[in-house]
Write a protein that binds this ligand. Structure first.
Ligand code: HEM
Length: 281
């Protein structure tokens, strides 16, 4: 658990600690003041991204997690504008979330008090909110295609954690099988197949005057950049693939983990559970 060591070092060395992690020099910010100081007050100085080996292999510098400067701004602006247009932060996303929450509560009720693992059901509920905006489709709980996609992305996250050591210890790059980088790249090929299918379907039915979802909006930007002859654009199909993966991974894993912690706390504190009244509405 590196964060435990980082927090211990902070008590000795202060809230900003420099660490040599293998081949990389890393600066750890250990309290909210230090984080705010660097990432808010001096955002223009600290808006760079590390060029990490595994990320580069997977994304080749594309996507919000890797882009910097003007290219990051272009994608960031588009992502925010597009998600807002599709209802993020507005009433209709609340309604969509409510529909998914209702489906989830039904599933929990149907367990009749028996023990069950909520992991997959939580992911479907959360992913459906984002899938409706990105792909324009939601999946039923238990849907085989969704299960396949969910498993691929989950495995990739676990594999990326394992393969992360390669970022800091370059000699490990000679052992792609041992470090699971091979498996991670194989997974990525399957993810790309899944996403390409969606992009192709969208291309075939695209109406530029009436974008249905994130993919349509992005395809329209690609066309616009082509027509205007913009050379230095991030609006390409390769970028779209990574943008879809980032939206899916960044939203599901984080929200699902937060909800699972919430459930765990409620299980550990029955008095709080009693005070939490959930009504069908
Ligand atoms: C409890 C839920 C969430 C947590 C704890 C969380 C946490 C984070 C953190 C820490 C980052 C910064 C990562 C970095 O800069 O390296 C981030 C970025 C990001 N998150 Fe979330 N997130 C959550 C939910 C979501 C949701 C629901 C979405 C999608 C709608 C989302 C989309 C993104 C995107 C696209 C970025 C990249 C932003 C950029 O670099 O411009 N996140 N998130």
């Amino acid at each position: 658990m590196p964060h435990v060591a980082f927090m211990r070092w902070a008590t000795t060395y202060g809230s900003v600690v420099g660490v040599q992690l293998g081949a990389e020099r890393v600066v750890v910010l250990n309290d909210s003041d230090a984080v705010r100081d660097a990432l808010v007050k001096q955002a223009d100085v600290f808006d760079g991204r590390p060029q990490l080996y595994v990320f580069e292999k997977l994304n080749a510098g594309r996507g919000l997690f890797s882009r910097e400067g003007k290219q990051w701004q272009e994608q960031r602006k588009f992502n925010i504008r597009c998600l807002r247009n599709l209802g993020m932060g507005k009433h209709n996303i609340e309604e969509r979330t409510r529909i998914e929450a209702r489906a989830l509560v039904d599933i929990i009720r149907n367990q009749d008090g028996a023990a069950f693992d909520p992991h997959c059901h939580l992911t479907v509920a959360i992913a459906n909110v984002i899938c409706t905006m990105v792909f324009g489709e939601r999946f039923e709980h238990g849907d085989a295609e969704f299960k396949y996609m969910f498993q691929l992305f989950e495995d990739s996250l676990r594999l990326a954690e394992f393969a992360g050591a390669v970022n800091f210890l370059p000699f490990l790059r000679h052992f792609p099988n041992l470090t699971k980088v091979d498996k991670l790249l194989e997974n990525r090929r399957k993810e790309v197949e899944f996403i390409n299918k969606r992009i192709d379907e969208h291309r075939a039915t695209l109406d530029v005057d009436s974008p249905r979802d994130f993919i349509d909006a992005f395809l329209i930007e690609i066309e616009r950049a082509k027509q205007q002859g913009t050379i230095d654009t991030t609006f390409t199909v390769e970028e779209l693939r990574i943008a879809i993966m980032i939206l899916f991974m960044a939203s599901t894993e984080t929200t699902q983990t937060t909800l699972r912690w919430g459930i765990l706390h409620l299980m550990a504190k029955p008095d709080v559970q009693v005070r939490t009244v959930i009504t069908p509405n």
